[in-house]
Design a protein around this ligand. Sequence first.
Ligand code: HEC
Length: 198
Amino acid sequence: MRHLPIVIAAAIACALPAFAQSPAPPGSDPAIPPAPKPAPAMANPIPPILAPGRVLLGTKDIMRHIVNPAAEAFWARSGEVDDEKGAHDRTSKDDENWKISLDSAAQLVEAGNLLQMEGRARDPNGPWMKYSIQLTNAGLAAMAAAQAKNHDKTFDAGSAIYDSCFACHGKYIQRPKDSLYKHDIDKDLKDAGVKPPK
Ligand code: HEC
């Protein structure tokens, strides 16, 4: 793996047509191609995009850069929060914000598929797939709610999205035994009918 960038760079250099190489100085034999310049070292190695399963990012990066930002964008435009002026309804008031809700819901729909890909699914025969599908379904409900610009459905879809995160994290993220949050999480999981992680 460590040598892959060099191999790729060499392959690219070999594949370059002659005209892409530096022209021979005047008077030199055109039949003898000039030696190719060594390829510059690549700062960011090209990932093996044709690797089996084509899984490039780990679950953590999928969460950090796709799932979490999309969910945050949707939640920021649903439900109510209490502020100094009392209950504040966050549901979108204009098309621009409904569009953000719709876009982020669509990202969650497909994120559920990304999580199920071979090589990424933690537990292909276990509840991992169920929770991933739960995320996709919640995302579909969220898309429908945003398309309908419906206040209550947006709120419900936001909860359904949250439930899928919570269920999967409850099962697959290990917590230290003395975690301050352990009791509440276990109780919440029990109430939700989810078996706590072993
Ligand atoms: C199918 C399972 C699954 C679902 C559904 C899921 N997650 Fe995760 N999530 C994980 C796992 C596993 C990790 C721990 C990844 C690791 O540390 O390698 C994680 C980690 C995270 C992290 C921490 C990332 C970091 O930087 O360490 C965030 C934030 C997160 N998830 C947000 C969400 C949100 C928000 C949702 C719902 C919209 C969600 N997840 C749904 C499995 C899931």
